[in-house]
Design a protein around this ligand. Structure first.
Ligand SMILES: *Cc1c(COP(=O)(O)O)cnc(C)c1O
Length: 359
């Protein structure tokens, strides 16, 4: 069996040791004679798996008891609606910063459930920058300030945390667990699992407990964070197998040395790849230097008529899913936690060879 190098933006590569454990335990989980998938979510086994996953995640991210950790469904996109439904009170405004496609979707959805102020936008640079905080027009008394720490499509990442009176609400779908963060700076952290946490079908919400219990009366029960917190994310059947796999990913991160160790690897990977792009006239990355993403690296070819050839040949070489998002074209290498340094080296070697043959 040959495993290819997978640069997919999501669902993304999973750590091989996690897949191996899942394979070994698939038919008979811990000698119980059945798969974890076939067990009741109320069983001590599944409750134990969920509790252990939460405990390991709390340890990795340094999440204090002031925060609830929720394992939900519906993806980050469902949280685009859940956020205003849980947090925007009567007559209140929510501030949003628009740095690209995912910010835009969050803004459009929030407008359905509350008043929205776009405090800043980088549309004028075609989303290749982050507007400096001094230019942001924040609303006094805003319900929260929402931003997208890593724009997965544009490859634009904040390497700083904004200052705000309002609680910070952040979509960390494509950056969570890539490095340590100070959770206490945030009101709500949310993420779809399928980039750095586990398989699709699981959504993580980390919410400061004082923000629970404020939901609009029309908020659907399944979107009310307090209901989820009060029922340990088991108001209804949670995605048990996805949660189990996420727990294995958390264990893998811990064995690796935690998020500082992961960050060192991720920085090496990103630095190499950007250096290869910057060191050639054949490849280019459009993002301003201080805001380049550690996880998603878009790049273009000087001659875009070669794009199809690049993608065809890279795939044949076992380097998968390098095409850019359908909305922007070009190429994109997503180099999440589970994408090894060896995979990035192979990509760089392929890029050099391709340039020599076509440049
Ligand atoms: C992938 C992604 C989403 C969408 O996540 P779903 O779980 O598919 O809803 C939202 N925001 C960001 C930043 C993403 O990378």
């Amino acid at each position: 069996m040959t495993r290819c190098y997978n640069f997919c933006a999501g669902p993304a590569a999973l750590p091989e040791p996690v897949l191996e454990t899942a394979r070994d335990e698939l038919l008979d989980w811990h000698g119980r004679g059945l798969s974890l998938m076939e067990m009741s979510h109320r069983s001590p086994e599944v409750v134990g798996v969920a509790q252990r996953a939460e405990a390991t995640l709390r340890e990795l991210l340094g999440i204090s008891d002031d925060y609830a950790v929720l394992f939900l469904q519906g993806g980050a996109s469902t949280q685009f609606a859940a956020i205003p439904l849980n947090l925007v009170g009567e007559g209140q405004t929510a501030d949003y910063v628009n740095t690209g496609q995912w910010s835009k979707k969050a803004i459009a959805e929030a407008k359905r459930f509350g008043k929205v102020n776009v405090a800043a936008s980088s549309a004028d640079t075609n989303f290749s920058t982050i507007p400096p905080q001094a230019t942001w027009q924040q609303t006094p008394g805003a319900a929260y300030l929402h931003y997208t720490p890593n724009e997965t499509i544009g490859g634009v990442e904040y390497h700083w945390v904004p200052e705000a009176e309002a609680p910070l609400v952040v979509d960390m779908s494509s950056t969570i667990l890539s490095r340590p963060i100070d959770v206490s700076r945030f009101g709500v952290i949310y993420a779809g699992a399928q980039k750095n946490i586990g398989p699709a079908g699981l959504t993580l919400v980390i919410v400061r407990r004082d923000l629970l219990g404020r939901a609009q009366s029309s908020c659907p029960t399944m979107l009310d964070w307090k209901v989820a917190a009060d029922s340990d994310s088991m108001y209804n059947t949670p995605p048990t197998f996805a949660l189990y796999l996420a727990g294995l990913v958390f264990d893998w991160l811990k064995d690796l040395g935690g998020l500082s160790a992961m960050e060192a690897i991720n920085r090496r990977k990103a630095e190499k790849l950007y250096a290869a792009i910057d060191g050639s006239d054949f490849y280019a990355n459009p993002v301003e230097l201080p805001s380049r993403s550690l996880m998603n690296v878009p790049f273009t070819l000087a001659d875009d008529s070669l794009d199809k050839t690049f993608l065809k040949e890279s795939e044949a070489a076992g380097l998968l899913n390098l095409s850019g998002h359908r909305s922007v074209g070009g190429m994109r290498a997503s180099i999440y936690n589970a994408v090894s340094e060896e995979a990035v080296d192979a990509l760089i070697a392929f890029m050099r060879d391709f340039e020599q043959r076509y440049g």
